[in-house]
Design a protein around this ligand. Sequence first.
Ligand SMILES: CC(C)=CCC/C(C)=C/CC/C(C)=C/CC/C(C)=C/COP(=O)(O)OP(=O)(O)O
Ligand SMILES: O=P(O)(O)OC[C@@H](O)CO
Ligand SMILES: [Mg+2]
Length: 258
Amino acid sequence: MQNTIDNNAIYNSLLKKKEKGIKSLSILIDPDKTNEKKCSELLNFCQETSPDFFMVGGSLITNNELEKIVLCIKNHPYTAHIPVILFPNSYLHISEKADGILFLSLISGRNPDYLIGNHVIAAPLLRQSKLEIMPTGYILVNCGNQTTVAYISNTTPIPYEKNDIAVCTAMAGEMLGLRMIYMDGGSGAKQAISEEMIQAVRQATNIPLIVGGGIKSVNALEKAYLAGADMVVVGSVIEENPQIFQDFCLKIKELNKK
Ligand SMILES: CC(C)=CCC/C(C)=C/CC/C(C)=C/CC/C(C)=C/COP(=O)(O)OP(=O)(O)O
Ligand SMILES: O=P(O)(O)OC[C@@H](O)CO
Ligand SMILES: [Mg+2]
């Protein structure tokens, strides 16, 4: 069957949550930073409490493990029910075993390959897949260090304090018909995106807002939600300290109860 982009289950669930002010947590697993054994050890933490989504991807994937990691999540008894969303660096990183894909257009940059080029190549493959396609305006923000994603995409992230550039970029993304905005400091960012910038983008747009990069503590996670993020993505800190996984999951449950 051809993908008609009518499969909007994940996106519709995000819209419903947004209406009710319910926040989501997404754990990013980079296939370059793990293996099946490490991944399933991490997933064992999900017995008691789990994130809302898993994202799988990396700026530079140097192995062939992407699909194995997706299957590891899908075949694990504690996580089989959790949607897996691909976070692709290019048209090369597509797996039909996932549930959805962030169809990212890197709108903070001016590199045509990341604005439309990869998309043209991926479109026919995605049309034949059952993946939910989630058109997303991807905005990189300079959070103090050059990140792999900025280097690989050969784009200049928005300066940390230039909230108005972030606002206008997000507004343009929404007007172009993109369905979500993802503001990313980049994996391993020195600091998280400022609350002021998140608030400003939140106020200027109506579509779900994803925030990630440099969220290393429960406190930083809470700040991003309170500033207006609908979904927060956490990656590196969990690679370094898998124990913290549960603290993040518990924090979001607590915030959603309020
Ligand atoms: C639509 C399709 C098929 C592809 C989109 C292609 C685009 C626009 C990609 C955006 C640029 C890019 C390279 C995104 C990758 C972002 C990502 C998965 C980051 C995860 O973190 P890493 O940058 O790998 O962190 P480490 O440096 O810690 O490994
Ligand atoms: O690895 P961290 O810094 O948590 O960032 C997650 C994600 O937003 C990176 O693209
Ligand atoms: Mg990586």
